[in-house]
Ligand binder design. Structure first.
Ligand SMILES: NC(=O)C1=CN([C@@H]2O[C@H](COP(=O)(O)OP(=O)(O)OC[C@H]3O[C@@H](n4cnc5c(N)ncnc54)[C@H](OP(=O)(O)O)[C@@H]3O)[C@@H](O)[C@H]2O)C=CC1
Ligand SMILES: O=C(O)[C@@H]1CCC=N1
Length: 264
């Protein structure tokens, strides 16, 4: 990967910490990274941790605090001049970021939690970045999993709802599948193991298959068999489809609200 000479990670919580673990696992030298986080989080060996910026500027500044903290954090970064600001803040728009933090280029990124194991998805958007900094951003997130550029920033909230929040929805589905097994009399621990392995196997198979998930679902559903009966419940009045539409719409709406409040 094209390694940045220096990278500051501002906020190393759930998501910043996941990206950091992914980068170190992918070979980024820990000595290139400074974490800035007043909570003094645990970080991989060799990574420097500061409570606040202590002068100088990195080549890349990754902003990974909560969107609601942008206003509070920006003044401490007012004298920092990174070549690239990579923001993972949900909702917060490129223009808002550029107005708060002076950076050569701004790229928005929307990763998801599995980046920690190199199996994440990161969406990227940049309207005004230089080509070199777009490449830098892409090279930075490429070892963390799939990378997708989003042309229109207006789509970024929808992408955030789907792939950024998506692992949360899938984790909930795994629990619900297990709980449904328990309701049929299975022991809880065994149901949890079966649900997780089933989702893992089905996702891996769908990822490697040349056919759509719909075709694969039909392959599980033998004519006149029991899967069809179950699918009929999920499909009745588009029950699952409607539930997920409502789920993503609620998440997207929250991103819109976060963007508006960061705009000020
Ligand atoms: N979680 C996820 O799956 C995803 C999150 N995101 C985005 O990532 C960002 C962070 O979310 P998440 O990791 O879940 O939140 P967390 O609260 O887990 O992480 C935020 C981190 O920032 C730290 N922090 C607080 N104040 C400051 C400060 N002044 N300077 C530097 N660091 C500070 C927090 O410390 P302390 O805990 O001590 O307050 C914490 O370690 C959000 O903008 C979110 O939209 C994007 C994609 C997915
Ligand atoms: O829930 C959140 O706010 C963040 C954004 C995407 C995933 N988690």
């Amino acid at each position: 990967m094209t390694q940045p000479k220096s990278l500051w990670l501002v906020g190393a919580g759930n998501m910043g910490g996941a990206m950091l673990r992914g980068w170190i696992a992918a070979g980024m030298p820990p000595s290139a990274v400074t974490v800035i986080d007043p909570g003094a989080p645990a970080v991989p060996d060799g990574v420097r941790v500061l409570r606040e910026p202590a002068g100088g500027s990195p080549e890349v500044l990754v902003l990974a605090v909560k969107p609601q903290l942008l206003e509070a954090v920006a003044p401490s970064l007012a004298d920092v001049r990174p070549a690239l600001l990579l923001s993972i803040l949900a909702g917060v728009e490129e223009a808002t970021l550029a107005a708060r933090i002076p950076a050569g280029s701004v790229v928005r990124a929307m990763p998801n939690l599995p980046v920690a194991i190199g199996k994440g998805v990161t969406a990227l958007h940049a309207a005004k970045s230089t080509a070199a900094m777009r490449e830098m951003a892409q090279a930075l997130v490429a070892p963390l999993g799939r990378v997708e550029w989003i042309d229109s920033e207006t789509m970024f909230d929808a992408v955030t709802a789907l792939s950024g929040c998506g692992p949360g929805f899938v984790f909930r589905f795994i629990d619900a599948l297990a709980a449904a097994g328990v309701s049929l009399g299975l022991p809880a621990e065994q149901a949890a193991r079966l649900a997780l392995a089933t989702v893992e196997g089905a996702a891996a198979m769908a990822a490697g298959a040349g056919e759509s998930p719909a075709v694969l679902a039909d392959r599980v559903a033998s004519p006149g068999g029991s899967t069809r009966e179950g699918l009929n419940v999920l499909d009745r009045d588009d029950a699952l489809q409607c539930l997920l539409q409502e789920t993503l719409a609620a998440s997207r709406q929250r991103n819109v609200e976060l963007a508006a409040s960061a705009r000020g």
